[in-house]
Ligand binder design. Structure first.
Ligand code: 3HC
Length: 736
C-alpha cells in the first residue's frame, strides 16, 4: 500500500461514513474492505451481504489486483450478533447463515480469483475469525485475540470453523480451541501457523497489502484453507482422538448435545470431505440455535453483560476513578489469590499482615501462583517479569499513603477488623476506598471505629479467586454512586463479573447456598440418602451436590455461616445436628480427608458407610423419624425439594431488592454455586417449571415437613397471578 493511500485510509477511518462495509482502492491496486460496525464490528446477515457485495464489486473492478479485509477502529470482528440466537428473531434468518457459509464465505470469498488477505487487529472471534480463516493468508498484530467461542452459546462455529481450523492447525489443537472456547493471542496463533505473519498495528495494513500482492505474483503461497490436508492426521489416528474427546465431553456435560454435535460435524468433514462437512455444519447450526440450551446460554451471556448496568447509577454520567495501587490486608490463601488476580491485571499490589510468618507464606503463595501462570504458558516472560515487580509484602503502613483501594481479608473477628480499619483511616489518602472481603460480618459494624465520614463497602471474591470469576460488590446505605461506578469498572478491569448486592447476611450467593445445604440436611434426617442426593443434583447439572460442596467449603465455615443464618432468619432455618456431630469426630470435610465423603491422596471422593452412624445420632438428637416418602424419593423429587427452597430464597432477595435485577441471580447461581449455565440460572430455570407448581409444592411440603419450606410472600403473589418469578426490582425500595 502506498503511503498516501494508507494515510487516506486512516483519515477515512477517523471519520468513517455510516456504512457497514467500506471499500477503498489504493494506488497499488489493493482494495481495503473494512467491516465498520463499531465498537466490535459485529456481524449480521445484512453486514455479510454487504461484505459479499463489496468483494464482488472489487472482483469486477479492473483496477483491483488483490483485496485486504480488515475491521475499523481497532477490531477485526467480535463475531456474529448473538441476539440472533436462541431468541425470537431466529425464524427471520432461518437457514440464511448456512448459505452465507457456503455461497458467500466459501464460493465467493475463498474461491475468489484475486488474492484476499485478512489484516487482523484486536478481536477476531466467532464468525469474524471464520472469515479470516477463509482468506488466503492472515496477518495479525501480536496482541490480537482470536478464537471460536460458539460452544458457549450452545451452538457450533457456523461459518466453516469446524472444517477450516482442523486443516490449519491440526485436529488436536482445533478441538482444544473449539471445545474449550479458547482464545489465543496473535503471537500464539503465529507459532501455530494459524496466522502467516505478525505486524505492528501501524504497519498492519501495509504488510497485508504487500502480502496480497506477493501472493498475486507467486512470491507467497495462495492457500485455500478448506482443501489443505497437510496438518490432518491419518484417518485411524483422527478417529481415535475424536472418540476419546467424545467420551470426555459426554462425561463432562451429559445433559447437553452441542459439543457432541460439533465433534460429529468435524468428523464428517474429515471422512466425507470438507464441503460435505460445511453442509452438515450449516444444518447443525440451524438445529442448535433453536435449542433450549442455546436460549439459556445466550441469556447467561447477556445477563453477565448487564450486571454492571445499574439504572440511576451507571447512567448518571459519572466517570470511574482510576484504581492503580491496591493494598490487600491478610495472609491467607484467599488473600494471596486476590493479590494474584490483581497483579495479573497489572495493578500495583501491597500485601500487609501482622506477623512475619503469615505474611511470608502469603508472599510465597503469590510468587508461586505467578510462576505457575508463566510455566503453564498463560503469560509471557515479559509479563511475568513485570508482574513480579508489581507486588510486595509489608508489615507496616508506611507505603499506604498513595493507596487507592484497600481490600481487607483478615479472619472474621469483628474487633480485629474494626482495629484494622481504624488504623487504615489514619494512614490512607482521603480518596482511598475501604473494602472488606467478608461474606458474613455486617459491613456497618466493621466500620464503627472509623471517622464518621468514611464508608466501607464489600468486595467479595470467591474461592479460589483465580478460578471463580464472580465478584460481589456489596453496598450499604451509605455507599456513594461514585464508589459503585469505581468498583464496577475495577471489577471489569480485573476480568471479573461484578454483581452489586445490598448488605445482608450471606449476600446473594451464600443466601442461596444456605437453603441448598439445609434442605439436603433435612431430607437426610428424614431418611434420604446422602449420596443419592448428591448424585441427583449432579445429574441435574449442579457442579457439586450439597454434601460435596460443604465438604469442600469445610465444616468450620459451614458452622459459622449456619449460626449467622439461624440468628438472622430463624423463621426459615432448619437446625441440623449433623455437622456438629461429624466435627466431634474430627471430620472437617475435604481438608481432613473425611467429611460426608472420604478423600484419597489424589483428593478423589468416595462415599463413606460410617456416615450413616452419624446420621442416626443426629436424627435421635433432633427427634426426627424416618419418613418413608422421603426415604423413597426419586431423583427428580430430590432436585425439586432442594432447589425450590433455593428459589424461595432467591424470591425473598428479589422482594427485598438485595440485587439490582433478577437476572443477577442467574449470574450468581451459575458462577457462584455451579448451577448449570445451560439451564440459564436459577430464576431463568424457574420459568420452565412454572411459579404455580413451585408454590404449590412448597406449600405442601411446609405442611408436612415444617416452616423451612414455606413460600415467601413474593413467590405466593407471583404464583397467584400466574406470573413468572423474575421481576423488575423496585429500586425505590433500595437506597440506590
Ligand atoms: C456463526 C458464528 O460462528 C457464530 C458467532 O460468531 S457467535 C459470536 C462469537 N463472538 C463472541 O462470543 C463474542 C462475545 N463478546 C465478548 O466476549 C465480549 O463482548 C468481547 C470480548 C468481544 C468484548 O468485551 P468488551 O470490550 O468488554 O466489550 P463488551 O462490553 O463486552 O461489549 C460491548 C457491547 O457489545 C455487545 N456484544 C459483544 N459481543 C456481542 C455479540 N457477539 N453479540 C451481541 N452483542 C455483543 C455487548 O453485549 C456490549 O453491549 P452493551 O454495550 O449494550 O452492553
Amino acid at each position: 500500500m502506498s503511503k498516501s493511500t494508507e494515510k487516506q485510509h486512516i483519515k477515512n477511518n477517523n471519520k468513517l461514513p455510516d456504512r457497514k462495509i467500506l471499500l477503498d482502492v489504493g494506488e497499488n491496486g489493493v482494495a481495503i474492505i473494512s467491516i465498520n460496525r463499531p465498537p466490535l464490528n459485529l456481524l449480521s446477515v445484512d453486514v455479510l451481504l454487504s461484505l459479499k457485495e463489496n468483494i464482488e464489486e472489487a472482483m469486477r473492478k479492473d483496477n483491483v489486483k488483490a483485496i485486504v479485509i480488515t475491521g475499523s477502529r481497532g477490531n477485526f470482528s467480535a463475531g456474529f450478533d448473538v441476539t440472533a440466537f436462541g431468541g425470537s428473531q431466529q425464524r427471520k434468518t432461518k437457514r440464511e447463515l448456512g448459505f452465507m457459509s457456503i455461497e458467500f464465505i466459501t464460493d465467493t470469498l475463498e474461491a475468489a480469483r484475486k488474492p484476499i488477505v485478512a489484516a487482523v487487529e484486536g478481536l477476531a472471534l466467532g464468525g469474524g475469525f471464520e472469515i479470516a480463516l477463509a482468506c488466503h493468508a492472515r496477518i495479525s498484530t501480536s496482541t490480537s485475540k482470536l478464537g471460536l467461542p460458539e460452544l458457549q452459546y450452545g451452538i457450533l462455529p457456523g461459518f466453516g470453523g469446524t472444517q477450516r481450523l482442523p486443516r490449519l492447525v491440526g485436529l488436536q489443537k482445533a478441538l482444544e480451541m473449539i471445545l474449550m472456547s479458547k482464545r489465543i493471542r496473535g503471537e500464539e496463533a503465529y507459532n501455530m501457523c494459524l496466522v502467516d505473519a505478525i505486524s505492528p498495528p501501524n504497519q498492519l495494513l501495509g504488510s497485508a497489502c504487500q502480502w496480497a500482492l506477493d501472493i498475486l505474483e507467486c512470491r507467497r503461497p495462495w492457500s485455500i484453507s478448506l482443501f489443505r490436508t497437510d496438518r490432518l492426521a491419518p484417518l485411524a489416528e483422527a478417529r481415535t482422538l475424536l472418540n476419546s474427546v467424545r467420551a470426555q465431553m459426554q462425561k463432562q456435560n451429559p445433559n447437553v448435545i452441542h459439543p457432541l454435535v460439533c465433534i460429529d460435524v468435524i468428523e464428517h468433514g474429515i471422512l466425507s470431505g470438507p464441503r460435505n462437512g460445511l453442509w452438515k455444519e450449516a444444518e447443525a447450526l440451524h438445529e442448535l440455535r433453536q435449542s433450549d440450551s442455546c436460549r439459556s446460554l445466550v441469556h447467561v451471556f447477556f445477563a453477565k453483560q448487564s450486571t454492571s448496568k445499574i439504572p440511576g447509577i451507571t447512567d448518571m454520567g459519572l466517570r470511574p476513578r482510576k484504581i492503580h495501587k491496591v493494598a490487600v490486608l491478610g495472609g491467607s490463601s484467599m488473600s494471596s489469590g486476590i493479590a494474584t488476580v490483581l497483579v495479573l491485571a497489572n495493578h500495583y499490589v501491597i500485601m500487609k499482615y501482622i506477623d512475619q510468618v503469615s505474611l511470608q507464606n502469603g508472599i510465597d503463595r503469590v510468587k508461586a501462583n505467578l510462576e505457575g501462570h508463566f510455566k503453564e504458558g498463560r503469560m509471557t516472560q515479559e509479563h511475568y517479569k513485570k508482574a513480579c515487580t508489581l507486588f510486595k509484602g509489608v508489615l507496616s503502613y508506611d507505603s499506604f499513603k498513595d493507596v487507592d483501594l484497600v481490600i481487607e481479608d483478615v479472619p472474621d473477628i469483628v474487633s480485629l477488623k474494626q482495629q484494622f480499619f481504624a488504623d487504615l483511616d489514619e494512614c490512607c489518602p482521603p480518596h482511598c476506598i475501604f473494602a472488606s472481603n467478608t461474606c458474613i460480618v455486617n459491613l456497618d459494624l466493621i466500620g464503627e471505629r472509623m471517622k464518621p465520614c468514611k464508608e466501607i463497602v464489600g468486595i467479595h471474591f470467591f474461592s479460589p479467586p483465580s478460578v471463580i470469576d464472580l465478584l460481589e460488590i456489596v453496598r450499604t446505605e451509605r455507599t456513594s454512586p461514585q464508589v459503585l461506578v469505581d468498583l464496577l469498572s475495577f471489577g471489569r478491569r480485573i476480568q471479573r463479573t461484578p454483581i452489586v448486592v445490598r448488605n445482608c447476611t450471606g449476600f446473594a450467593v451464600r443466601r442461596m447456598h444456605f437453603p441448598y445445604l439445609q434442605a439436603a440436611m433435612l431430607l437426610v434426617e428424614c431418611g434420604a440418602d446422602v449420596y443419592q442426593i448428591d448424585k441427583a443434583l449432579n445429574s441435574f447439572g449442579m457442579k457439586l451436590g450439597p454434601f460435596r460442596m460443604v465438604d469442600q467449603d469445610g465444616f468450620q465455615s459451614a458452622t459459622t455461616h449456619e449460626m449467622k443464618f439461624l440468628e438472622t432468619f430463624p423463621d426459615r432455618s432448619h437446625k441440623s445436628n449433623l455437622i456438629p456431630i461429624l466435627r466431634k469426630s474430627n471430620r472437617e470435610g475435604e481438608s481432613t480427608c473425611q467429611g460426608f465423603y472420604t478423600y484419597n491422596d489424589k483428593g478423589e471422593a468416595s462415599p463413606d458407610p460410617e456416615v450413616s452412624t452419624y446420621i442416626e445420632m443426629a436424627r435421635s438428637m433432633s427427634g426426627i423419624t424416618i419418613k418413608s416418602k422421603v426415604a423413597t424419593l426419586s431423583d427428580g423429587e430430590i432436585v425439586e425439594m432442594i432447589l425450590f427452597p433455593v428459589l424461595n430464597e432467591a424470591c425473598s432477595m428479589i422482594s427485598e431488592a438485595i440485587i439490582v435485577k433478577s437476572s443477577d441471580l442467574n449470574v450468581a447461581s451459575v458462577m457462584g454455586m455451579g448451577f448449570p449455565a445451560y439451564r440459564g440460572g436459577i430464576i431463568f430455570w424457574s420459568h420452565s417449571v412454572g411459579s404455580k407448581y413451585i408454590c404449590s409444592k412448597l406449600e405442601d411440603w411446609s405442611k408436612e415437613y415444617g416452616e423451612f419450606f414455606k413460600p415467601c410472600a413474593y413467590l405466593v403473589e407471583r404464583a397467584s397471578k400466574g406470573h413468572s418469578l423474575g421481576a423488575q426490582i423496585k429500586l425505590a425500595k433500595s437506597p440506590l
